[in-house]
Write a protein that binds this ligand. Sequence first.
Ligand code: RAM
Length: 341
Amino acid sequence: MALLNARGWRLAAVAGLALALATGTAACSNGSKGDYDIAFLPKNLGNPYFEASDNAAKKAVKDFGGSFKEVGPSEATADGQVTYINTLTQQSVGAIVLSANDTNALCDALHDARDAGIKVVTFDSDVDAKCRDVYVSASSPKLIARNQIDLIAEATGGKGDIAILSATANATNQNAWIADMKPYLKSKYPDMHLVDVVYGNDDDQTSYDKTEALLSKHPHLDGIVSPTTVGVAAAARYLSTSQFKGKVALTGLGTPNDMRKYVKDGTVTSFALWNPKDLGVLASYAAKALLDKDITGKNGDDFKAKGLSTKATKFTVGPKGVITLGKPFVFDKKNIDDFDF
Ligand code: RAM
């Protein structure tokens, strides 16, 4: 895939993402196929990103005649998720759809679930491929990484010192993106240097405190990349009333509803995300397709999904059981009012 600059990203994304965010679909019939008892397990509860994905998933599951529940820890920890996986296994749900706080720490519990016949879908953040059936990824890690680095380069003029405020230290998704950011940064922006990576644990107050600490440690920092919706909103809140507003650039992966006021007050010029509602809907249909035995997770399997804002309806399982939603979308002051999530 050709590399795109920030403007290219925006154009590609506009072409790819319909502004209509309606997820309404006609009810679809199960035919003779099973009932769909589907449990969503986000990284943490109370995170607006997962509220958007899981509410959309709830509607999708209802539309195809299944039953939906959401359970999860209040803090984004693997231990908290293991407890819920064990309970869901005891309850013999049909499928668990989870965003993982750790690549390996959930695997024993997920093996037990799968031994009991439960289908396991990861979405947003994966586990080791051996521990689940399929992974529904927002986009490729490389595309996300390049998008983030291009956006911070656009904001800093492509030079100076930058830092990353991430989610949890073991988050599979953020770690994959950061791993891809490093070589891209070095090769494309040799005058921009990554000087620190800190972790706000997808907790608002911790992320705010880590931003403050980062700037007291590096008072001449030029930019921060925060590839987590919780982190980028907390960093923006800190910067917006600090002496660093307008001096330290900030971008990341944020929700338009969290970031709107910081784009309007000039703290942030642009940031990116995909549609978390679409991710929830697609993960629901992946669970349905596994329960229906339409897919097993092997490369080339395909299945249908309904109600995505992009209007896409056919998805294919790629290598290692990965299903990809699309591309990150860039938000700025011109388009941010078109979105509500
Ligand atoms: C946070 C979570 C989630 C991530 C988004 C961008 O909500 O860390 O896993 O995908 O940010």
